[in-house]
Each structure stands twice: as C-alpha cells, then as structure tokens.
Design a protein around this ligand. Sequence first.
Ligand SMILES: [Fe+2]
Ligand SMILES: [Fe+2]
Length: 251
Amino acid sequence: MRFQGAKNVVRVAALGDIHFKLDSKGHFRELFERVLQEADVLLLCGDITHFGLTEEALLFIEEAARVLREIPVLGVLGNHDFESGNEAAIHRMLSESGIAMFDGNSQKIYGIGFTGVKGFGGGFGARALQPWGESAIKNFVQEVAAETQRLASGLSKLEPGPKIVMMHYSPIVGTISGEPAEVFPFLGSSALEEPLNRFQATAVFHGHAHSGSFAGKTGANIPVYNVSIDVLKHHFPDRLPFFVLQVPVES
Ligand SMILES: [Fe+2]
Ligand SMILES: [Fe+2]
C-alpha cells in the first residue's frame, strides 16, 4: 500500500453503482487508473454488481485488481448485489479480494474513522412509512430500523477525529431530488440521518439514486454526497465519474 497525499490530508475517492455485468470487462480500467493518480483511499457505495451474480463479482475483482493492490478499497453492498440471493457469497468474495466490506463495522485508516451500511428505504420526515398495520409493512420498517441500528453501532465505535460514512441508500431527501417523487420512499430513509447527526459524522457518501442530486446536507449540516456514477457524470461532465474529498487529518 502507498500513501502519496500531503501528510495532513487524505484524499478519499468515492463512487457508487458500478453495476458490473458479465460484459463490463475493460469499462472501468481507465477510471481505476485515474483513481490511483488522484486518491489515497477508494470507497464503493454499493451496486457493485448488476444482477448480484458471483460471476459478475469475480470479473469486477479482476477489473479492479491493480487498485486493490495499491490503495485501501472500502465498500458496502447495494440492493442489486442482493438480486440473485448471492449477497453473502459476494460479500465474502469482495472481502477476500482485499476490499474492507462494511455492514455496521468500523475501521481507522490513515487517521480517518470509516463505517458503513447498505441502508434501506422507508421515506422521509413526516411522510416516512410507519410500522403499522400488515406485517409486511412492519417488516419493511424493521429492515431500515435494523440498518440504522448497525450504522449507529459502527459510528459509536469510532474514536474522535474525522468520521466518514458510506451507504447505498440515501439518508436525506436533498441528494435524491431529481428522481420522480413517487420513488422517494424506495431511495432512502431519514431514519438513517439521526445517527449521522448524533455522532457528528464528517461526511457521508451514498449511491442508488441514479437521477438524484450530487450534494446535500443533513439537519445538522453534515455534507452528504450522492456519488452514483450517473449523478457524477451529469454533475462533472468533464471528468471521469469519481469524486475526491480531501479530508484533513492529524499528521
Ligand atoms: Fe444502482
Ligand atoms: Fe441501488
């Protein structure tokens, strides 16, 4: 592993929604080469595979081999990685390839505390889905409650200092704006926002809302970035679709 950034700044690159398919070989080589030139750490914010196939995960790992050798790569799964029921195998394959996979765990790298979860839907604010009525609705709400609890647990284990959070679903409406209002409840949940504010995260990255907005803030002014590849292509049309945040750290 190498660390080429200035001593007191870590360059954290992030992107989501790679959606690697069986015919995606070669599509991300240039992007990963550029990440190696511009970043010290890479975050993958879910939907790493398209159909959730282990074969897709294997091809992705081959595609990312050089970046995996040279800098720390961290990730969370997205809903597409669950599509074929192979999420446990995909999680294991990505972990064994050297990617630090997050599901409520936490890790300190180059002086930054990292944690992450997949997250889930449920909607936002006063219009969020409540656990009332049919058990299917209660189970849906329970899923985001469990993800929120894992996120809080991950954040609670981080020491004072910069705290970076990655997830797939959005914790705020601000970064899904641009999507049709009808799908907002399936793009994220404001339940996920509460622990970010309580534990004072430094910045949050997510994907999933391919037609959302690049940047927003939580109620406690914590920056949230939607790094879905399609959003980055739209927001930064002149550069390859990854975003780099310079995070000051104690040298
Ligand atoms: Fe996606
Ligand atoms: Fe997704």
